[in-house]
Design a binder for this molecule. Structure first.
Ligand code: FAD
Ligand code: NDP
Length: 521
């Protein structure tokens, strides 16, 4: 073959295989059809994925988001936006609000409202309203993607090689070639399959917010965020609600507050079956569910419920992604993507494949965490930023009837990390003014501030059990992130009369043994 001809062929091959063409569509070697080309493919249209995709598009990149919702074990499906919007934070907070309003109606009598003795709640009306809002958010997400020129595919994504994502949708499949990939597939409820009948008869948080008919007498299995929040609003809405607790309440949270919270819920009518696990769930001819469970002595018991809600944790949605085949390492236990490679908190073992949100191993499973990590990543990828996500001191709130908000570490962790002699724990039991007129029990309204003992007594953790704890803790989280110490905290003038003022007035140490009951103004 003549030299010019050889050079021409080599040039052609080089341009085909070494330099990725700048065209929008190239030929696919997997399906022999046109293959779309992107700067960024995001798999998962939830909190983290959408945030990252929109930010990257604003920075001028060609981006596609794939979102696919596999129906729940009970067949529930939902739209774009991920867990938070459809089966998490949003419907949960609205149902929490519904329950709080019920309490408020009851208490309003003491403030002079002439409320009829029997006030009824309609599950159907609440669900229709909540679902209506969720659907408006689904729509809003689609509109935003469109306006920011992010392509959206209602498709299940998987990786076929390090630069190619396969998208399977109603019309078939297509292949997307890309420079960077962000895995943001979140997680789904994990069922304890050792419990016979769990798959057939139990619901999860994927179903509760979309139930057409009211759940009736409900057993909630689990004792963490989801279990306590769901049990809290179900009790508040008037359902006979029982929580089955395997070991402790709210693992990894300050155990004093976790137990106070459980006490409050118990006083409000939630029943707890402690140190027990379910063994089987059998459907009776009445349609009800007979639950057999075992307590810590090994004795078995049975009880009939209308609904069994399993809230025993969540698992990452990485099973069908093909990540390991292309070199992305997953944690053996959690199946989540291991990040932190090359000094980048969200980078996987493959240089241009990242993970954000619940699917990233060892990070808090919270919406604002996923969103912030997604946005920061987009700026590192496309805006020359070097800013990494800071996963420390992230505030959170459990939206139970009495909310538990916190930022920083628990007393247990503080003792373990710093030693008992090196920390000071300030605490207070307080009475919200709103509780006085309706004579509401405030025995569990409690604040704990954990500080370093040495001057200037930097604050390590702040824990609050009380009304609107989420709203209160958010502001303090800013101060704590900025390095708040005890002397600055107590030099702050209070806003009176509020619950939050009790935090800036805190002065009794646990070490002193003095009565920590706040005496008011
Ligand atoms: P997700 O929001 O789960 O989004 C992932 C998306 O990817 C989903 O739509 C999923 O269907 C899709 N997907 C999965 N696999 C594929 C695939 N192969 N191809 C295409 N798409 C795929 N957090 C808070 O901060 N505050 C709260 O009050 C709060 N309450 C919660 C209450 C409940 C009941 C639950 C379950 C969670 C709650 N959370 C809360 C946690 C919060 O919802 C999650 O941390 C957050 O949604 C994680 O976002 P993400 O982007 O990682 O994943
Ligand atoms: P968690 O993993 O936090 O808790 C699981 C709970 O289930 C624990 O109480 C655990 O008990 C119990 N459990 C596990 N396996 C079994 C079993 N086989 N039988 C009986 N009990 C069992 O999961 P959640 O589902 O509550 O929450 C998942 C995440 O979602 C949270 O970490 C949080 O980040 C996020 N979330 C955030 C919310 C918010 O911000 N307000 C609200 C809801 C969720 P044990 O302690 O004995 O292991």
């Amino acid at each position: 073959m003549a030299a010019p001809m050889r050079r021409w062929i080599v040039r052609k091959l080089m341009s085909r295989f070494l330099k990725r063409p700048k065209l929008d569509q190239i030929h696919c070697c997997y399906c022999n059809t046109a293959k779309k080309r992107y700067d960024l493919v995001v798999i998962g249209g939830g909190s983290g994925g959408l945030a990252c995709a929109k930010e990257a598009a604003e920075l001028g990149k060609k981006v596609v988001v794939l979102d696919y919702v596999a129906p729940s074990t009970q067949g529930t499906k939902w739209g774009l936006g991920g867990t938070c919007v459809n089966v998490g934070c949003i419907p949960k907070k609205l149902m929490h609000q519904a329950a709080l309003l019920g309490q408020a109606i009851e208490q309003s009598r003491a403030f002079g409202w002439n409320v009829p003795p029997e006030v009824q709640h309609s599950w159907e009306t609440m669900c229709t309203a909540v679902q209506g809002h969720v659907k408006s958010l689904n729509w809003g997400h689609r509109v935003q993607l469109q306006s920011k020129k992010v392509d959206y595919l209602n498709a299940q994504g998987s990786l076929v090689d390090q630069h190619t994502v396969k998208a399977v949708h109603g019309k078939g499949e297509e292949y997307l070639e890309t420079d960077n990939i962000v895995v943001a597939v979140g997680g789904r409820p994990r069922l304890p399959f050792e419990v016979s009948g769990v798959l057939q008869h139990a619901i999860t948080s994927d179903d509760i917010f979309w139930m057409k008919k009211s759940p009736g007498k409900t057993l909630v299995v689990g004792a963490s965020y989801i279990a306590l929040e769901c049990a809290g609003f179900l009790t508040g809405l008037g359902f006979d609600t029982t929580v089955m607790v395997r070991s402790i309440f709210l693992r990894n949270f300050d155990q004093q507050l976790a137990n106070l919270l459980a006490d409050y819920m118990e006083n409000e009518g939630t029943r707890f079956i402690k140190q027990s696990i379910p063994i089987s769930i059998d459907k009776l001819s009445s349609g009800q569910l007979n639950v057999t469970y075992r307590d810590s002595t090994g004795t078995t018991h049975e009880e009939v419920f209308d609904t069994v809600l399993i809230a025993t944790g969540r698992k990452a949605e990485t099973g069908k992604l093909g990540l390991e085949n292309i070199g992305v390492s997953l944690d053996a236990e959690s199946s989540k993507v291991i990040g932190g490679h090359g000094g980048d908190t969200e980078r996987s073992t493959v240089q241009h494949i990242y993970a954000v949100g619940d699917v990233l191993h060892g990070r808090p499973e919270l919406t604002p965490v996923a969103i912030k990590a997604g946005k920061l990543l987009a700026h590192r990828l496309y805006n020359g930023s070097t800013m990494q996500m800071n996963y420390e001191q992230i505030a959170t709130t459990i939206f139970t009837p009495l909310e538990y908000g916190c930022v920083g570490i628990s007393e247990e962790t503080a003792v373990e990390k710093h030693g008992e002699d090196n920390i000071e724990v300030y605490h207070a039991f307080y009475r919200p003014l709103e509780f006085t007129v309706p004579n509401k029990d405030s025995s569990q309204c409690y604040i704990k501030v954990i500080c370093e003992r040495e001057h200037p007594s930097k604050i390590l953790g702040l824990h609050l059990l009380g009304p609107n704890a989420g709203e209160i803790i958010q502001g303090f989280a800013v101060a704590i992130k900025a390095g708040l110490d005890y002397s600055t905290l107590v030099s702050t003038v209070a806003i009176h009369p509020t619950c939050a003022e009790e935090i800036v007035k805190i002065h009794i140490t646990k070490r002193s043994g003095l009565d920590p009951t706040s005496t008011g103004c």
